[in-house]
Structures are given as structure tokens and as C-alpha cells.
Design a protein around this ligand. Structure first.
Ligand code: SF4
Length: 365
């Protein structure tokens, strides 16, 4: 599916494609350069070949599967790979992929500014964005001017406005969680204007009044894999009303009240106001405030923390989130996965029992 879409984009519009490792990256720069971003979250399921074994077993499945995927020729359809400095494992992969993964395409890197906004961090990020823009222009053969970057930023802001509204108005949307997440995740590879059209079609289906009555749950985690997790929650009578997945809600760009006129400065400033993420070194205090706001706004009644095994950045925050919401009296479930393509029976049972516990706590069982 993705390979055929990439091929179609190339043949019809002359767009080259870049595989992008998780999580955060300045996507408007790729759009402005006419490059199709195709995100590589693993892919899920068993590694596609023995090269995953070149990494230590305590490296997460995202990186192990990505290495195996690259080594098995999975990137034949793209023209380059972007490695954001999300964690040491992805940074290491950027070095290992050409050696062990047989990567013969340009490997681009992008460093984040860590922690809170500071003038030095903004300046660092502006430089980093300019460097990346040059590398992208070399790949696409098209150096975007300021107007093109401004237009791409606006396009992605409109996309995120829509995504945010669909998540916020979840109860008025006649979609299952599985359907909504499938729609949101299509943004991982669709050309942005195509994704926006699909989001607008979904927004047109929002009903005047709530049509969803499921037990309201907040999920914080990395990536909603396996998607069957959402089916199990739905069948147990739950509804995801607040999302803090790194791949979904944590990437929503807000609009600035007074954006800088320079597009690189605008992109840099946006990086400091997106929802807090441990992969960018945001403080736990800011993150907990954000999660509190999400939980309250969605009127959630329980919290699922869904992490990838061996993911250091995510796991670092788990005890604090668990403790914080338990102190608020909210049931909390921590569930760990390894990018399996199917949900284990044990995980399904734990999810069902958790939903029942939340229902009992609310007196709706
Ligand atoms: S799951 Fe965690 S450790 Fe693995 S690539 Fe993502 S951030 Fe890095």
C-alpha cells in the first residue's frame, strides 16, 4: 500500500520520498521541499530478517525492526532516510544502518533542542532547521523559499487543527477508536493535502450531540500498536477520550498568537509549545500538567500507560504518571508491548479487567 502510494506520488507529481524514524521532526520543511515523508514505526510484527540480531536484545523493537526492515530492502521505494535524534537508540541506528543495514541512501539527521525554551535553544534550533532544509533541498532538487515554507507550515497547522478537533470532540464522532486511529495514522505517509481532505471528510460527520457513551479512558504512550488493543477496549465498553500517544496527540502543533515572520524561527518556536514529550527532554512537571488538562478536558475516568519495552525516554516518566493519577484516585494500567502485530490473550484480559474496574469505580458496571 505504502509502496504503491510512494510510486504514484513519484509518477504523478515528481515527488521523492523520505523514510522518517520517530517521533518529532519539522515535517513542513519536507512538504515545502516537495518531499513525501513516510514514517517508519518499526514496522510492527516480527523483524523482517536476521539483522535485528545485530543489536543487543535490550534495544527496543522500533529500532530492531527498523534495522531488519532496512537490511531486507524495505526502503527500496524511498530516496533518503531522516533520523531525528529521538533517543540514543535511533541515533545509533543512523550510524549502524549504512554498515549493517546496507543503507545506500542519504542519511539525514536532525537534532532537537532539549528542555524548556531558552534563547540559546531557539538559536540552536534555527541553525539545525536551516541545515536540514539544505540537506532536503539537495535531495529533492528544490530549495523552498520563505513563502513555500510559510505555506507548508499553514497547511500542517490546519491538519493539526482538524486532528485536535476530532480527538477533542471524540464523543460526537460516529467512528470506533480503531477507525479514528487508522485515519489519524494515515498522516504518517499521505501527502499532507490528501490527509487534510480525509480529516475534513471525517469532521463533516461530527454529530450535533454525543453519539459515544463508552467508559472514558485516557491513553498515554508511544504508538498505538497493535491496533487490536483499541478493538479490545471498544468491545469492553471503553472509549479513548484523551490521547497522549507520542505518535498522535503529542505531535499536534498549536498556533502561535504572534508567530515570527522568519519561517525557521516560526518552526523553532513551535517546537517549544507542542505537548511535552520525554524524547525532547521536557520536564515531568510540565508533562503532568499537560496530562491533567487532557484528562480533565476529556472527563476521563482511567489512565492507560502503553509503553514500548526497553524505551528509556518513555519509561522514565512512567512511575511519576502512575503515582500522580493514582493520587488523583484514577485507576491506572501500565501495559508494555514489543510492537507485536497481535495482542496477546494476557494483555487483552488485563485491558478488559481494567475497563471493568473503571466502570465499577464510576458505578456504571
Ligand atoms: S521506542 Fe523509545 S527507545 Fe525505541 S526508538 Fe522510540 S524513543 Fe527510542
Amino acid at each position: 500500500m505504502r509502496a504503491s502510494y510512494i510510486r504514484e506520488q513519484r509518477e504523478r507529481f515528481g515527488r521523492r520520498a523520505v523514510a522518517v524514524l520517530p517521533v518529532h521532526y519539522p515535517k513542513p520543511l519536507l512538504t515545502a521541499a516537495g518531499l513525501l515523508a513516510v514514517e517508519l514505526w518499526g514496522p510492527p510484527g516480527p523483524p523482517r530478517g536476521s539483522d535485528a540480531g545485530r543489536l543487543q536484545p535490550y534495544v527496543c523493537a522500533i529500532v530492531r525492526n527498523a534495522l531488519a526492515f532496512m537490511a531486507s530492502g524495505g526502503l527500496a521505494a524511498v530516496d533518503g532516510v531522516l533520523f531525528p535524534h529521538t533517543c540514543d537508540s535511533i541515533q545509533g541506528l543512523a550510524t549502524l544502518a549504512p554498515d549493517f543495514g546496507g543503507l545506500d541512501k542519504p542519511a539525514l539527521r536532525y537534532q532537537h533542542a532539549r528542555g524548556e525554551r531558552r534563547p540559546s535553544a531557539v538559536a540552536f534550533l534555527v541553525d539545525e532547521l536551516r541545515l536540514l532544509a539544505d540537506a532536503l533541498a539537495a535531495l529533492s532538487g528544490r530549495a523552498p523559499d520563505g513563502a513555500a515554507i510559510d505555506a507548508a507550515i499553514e497547511l500542517h497547522l490546519r491538519i493539526d487543527d482538524r486532528r485536535r478537533a476530532l480527538l477533542r470532540e471524540r464523543r460526537r464522532l460516529p467512528h470506533t477508536d480503531r477507525e479514528l486511529y487508522a485515519l489519524l495514522r494515515r498522516g504518517e505517509y499521505l501527502w499532507p493535502a490528501d490527509h487534510l481532505a480525509e480529516l475534513e471528510a471525517a469532521a463533516a460527520q461530527l454529530q450535533p450531540a454525543p453519539v459515544q457513551r463508552g467508559t472514558p479512558i485516557m491513553i498515554t504512550g508511544y504508538v498505538p500498536e497493535p491496533a487490536a488493543l483499541l478493538d479490545v477496549l471498544g468491545a469492553a465498553g471503553a472509549l479513548v477520550v484523551a490521547d497522549d500517544y507520542a505518535g498522535i496527540g503529542r505531535r499536534l502543533l498549536p498556533r502561535l498568537a504572534a508567530p515570527p515572520s522568519d519561517p525557521f524561527a516560526h518552526l523553532a518556536e513551535l517546537a517549544f509549545v507542542t505537548p511535552p514529550c520525554p524524547t525532547r527532554g521536557d520536564s515531568q512537571a510540565r508533562r503532568l500538567r499537560h496530562l491533567d488538562a487532557l484528562f480533565d478536558q476529556g472527563q476521563a475516568a482511567g489512565v492507560i500507560i502503553h509503553v514500548v519495552k526497553f524505551c528509556e525516554p518513555e519509561l522514565f516518566d512512567v512511575p511519576a504518571i502512575h503515582q500522580h493519577f493514582a493520587a488523583r484516585g484514577a485507576p491506572v494500567l501500565v501495559i508494555e508491548g514489543e510492537l507485536e502485530s497481535e495482542l496477546s490473550g494476557q494483555a487483552a484480559t488485563r485491558l478488559e479487567a481494567f475497563v471493568e474496574m473503571v466502570q465499577q469505580a464510576r458505578g456504571t458496571a
